[in-house]
Every structure is written in C-alpha cells, then in structure tokens.
Ligand binder design. Structure first.
Ligand code: HEC
Ligand code: HEC
Ligand code: HEC
Ligand code: HEC
Length: 141
C-alpha cells in the first residue's frame, strides 16, 4: 500500500513537471527586462499598444484593465498602458515622477523610441502637442 502510494506520488510529480514544461509561454522570458530587445517596451516601441488590447483589455470599452489575460497594465503602472506614472504626478513639475525630470535623466533619444526621434510622435503622441518646436530642439542631442 505504501509502495503504491509512493509510486503514485512519483507519477504525479513527473506528470505535473511535464505539464509545467510543455505549458506554452505567452510572452518571451525577457518581457519585463528593460534592456532586452525582447521586452514589452521594445515591442511597443515598434508596434504600439493597440495590439496588447485584444488580450489585456476590452477593445470595445477601450480599456487596458486585464481583459481575457487577467493581467491589467495598471497592476504595474499607475499610468496604465503608457507605462508611465499616474498622470497627476507625470504632469506635475513638483513631483519626483515629473516627465520633465524623466527626460533629463533618460535623454530625448530614450523617450524618442516611442515619441519619435525628433519628439514629434511615433507610436505615442508628439511632445509638440503641448510644447513648442523651439523647446523640443533644446532637448534633442
Ligand atoms: C494573444 C493574447 C495576448 C496579447 C496579444 C498580449 N498579451 Fe500580454 N499576456 C497574455 C496572457 C495570457 C498573460 C498571462 C500569462 C503569462 O504571463 O504568460 C500575459 C501577461 C503579460 C504580462 C505580465 C508578464 C509577467 O511575467 O508578469 C505583461 C507585462 C504583458 N502581458 C504585456 C503585454 C503587452 C505590452 C502586450 C502588447 C505589446 C501584450 N502583453 C500582448 C496575453 C497576451
Ligand atoms: C508585471 C509588471 C508589469 C505589467 C503587468 C506591465 N508592465 Fe509595462 N513595464 C514594466 C517594467 C518593469 C517596465 C520597465 C521599468 C519601468 O520603466 O517602470 C515597464 C515599462 C513599460 C513601458 C515603457 C515606459 C517608459 O517610460 O519607458 C511601457 C510603454 C509599458 N511598460 C507598457 C505596458 C502595457 C501596455 C502593459 C499592459 C498590456 C504593461 N506595460 C504591463 C512592468 C510591467
Ligand atoms: C499633455 C501636455 C504635455 C505633453 C504631451 C508633454 N508635456 Fe512636457 N510639460 C507639460 C507641462 C504642463 C509642463 C510643466 C509646465 C512647463 O514647464 O511648461 C511640461 C514640462 C516639460 C519639461 C520641463 C521644461 C522646463 O523648462 O523645465 C520637459 C523637459 C518636458 N516637459 C518634456 C516633454 C517631452 C520630452 C514630451 C514628449 C515625450 C512632453 N514633455 C510632452 C505638458 C506636456
Ligand atoms: C516604450 C514606449 C514609451 C517610452 C520609451 C516613453 N513613452 Fe511616453 N507614452 C507612451 C505611450 C504608449 C503613451 C500613451 C499614449 C500616447 O500618448 O500616444 C505615452 C504618453 C506620454 C505622455 C502623455 C501624452 C498624452 O497626451 O497622452 C507624456 C508627457 C510622455 N509620454 C512623456 C514621455 C517622456 C518624457 C519619456 C522619456 C522619459 C517617455 N514618454 C518615454 C510610450 C512611451
């Protein structure tokens, strides 16, 4: 009886480790690693956030609260699909999370991977909807 039980345990553990291995992974292993070319930021820089919505939100409602994947963009980002902090901080000059400070820290080219190499827009809006072209040119390298 004890032997059968042990065999059963072994069988179960082999079976469950097999299913773990064969479980298809939805995203690449490096999906959360900023520096990787296989990160979700790199993918977004290339093709935008629209493609995420079919699984991570309700396209009809235009939300990114999880959808069929059950993983909301707001779980990790207060600003949701933008990947940025909450709008109230991001737009607030006295906040530690102010976007002007982020530009100084990271440089225009980093922001430019999504907002355009000249900051006038790519997969995300151009900075010129709120700033003058003169301002933009002082930030560019
Ligand atoms: C075909 C459906 C589908 C699409 C399209 C999709 N995802 Fe996902 N995503 C999922 C599912 C399901 C999970 C949860 C299971 C998993 O992590 O494999 C997930 C998990 C995630 C996670 C959490 C990963 C972790 O390790 O915690 C992030 C971040 C994410 N997706 C971002 C994105 C982004 C950004 C896009 C668009 C560029 C996108 N996904 C497109 C289905 C999708
Ligand atoms: C499990 C946590 C997690 C989830 C869920 C998640 N992200 Fe991210 N995301 C990160 C990390 C980590 C970074 C890189 C570090 C950082 O800038 O915060 C990042 C960065 C980003 C950036 C770049 C922001 C910038 O300032 O450069 C975008 C855009 C982004 N995520 C979009 C999404 C979208 C769209 C979803 C939902 C489909 C999503 N993220 C869900 C963890 C997550
Ligand atoms: C929705 C409007 C809006 C958008 C879009 C926007 N900004 Fe801003 N930005 C502001 C506001 C508001 C301030 C604070 C008041 C000010 O300094 O003009 C600001 C200030 C700044 C500052 C500080 C300026 C200074 O002289 O101290 C920088 C740098 C900056 N933004 C960079 C950017 C970049 C780069 C982008 C595009 C990736 C961008 N902004 C997009 C509204 C915006
Ligand atoms: C990986 C892509 C990515 C990077 C890198 C990135 N952003 Fe964004 N950003 C987005 C997305 C997506 C949105 C929301 C949708 C849109 O504005 O088109 C957004 C929105 C914004 C907005 C609000 C504009 C609006 O009207 O919605 C500002 C301001 C902004 N980003 C500034 C910056 C600054 C400054 C940097 C660099 C420090 C930066 N972003 C880097 C993807 C990115």
């Amino acid at each position: 009886m004890k032997k059968t039980f042990t065999l059963l345990l072994i069988f179960i553990s082999i079976f469950s480790s097999c299913t773990e291995i064969s479980e298809p992974q939805m995203h690449p292993t490096d999906w959360l690693i900023s520096e990787s070319s296989e990160s979700h930021m790199a993918k977004i820089a290339e093709s935008g956030i629209e493609s995420c919505q079919s699984c991570h939100g309700e396209p009809v409602l235009n939300d990114f609260y999880g959808g069929s994947s059950g993983v909301s963009c707001y779980e990790c980002h207060d600003g949701g699909p933008s990947g940025h902090p909450a709008w109230s901080d991001w737009m607030q000059p006295i906040s530690d999370n102010f976007h002007g400070g982020a530009l100084n820290d990271r440089g225009a080219l980093d922001c430019g991977s999504c907002h355009g190499s000249d900051l006038t827009g790519k997969i995300a809006t151009g900075c010129n909807i709120c700033h003058t072209t003169d301002e933009l040119s002082t930030w560019l390298p």
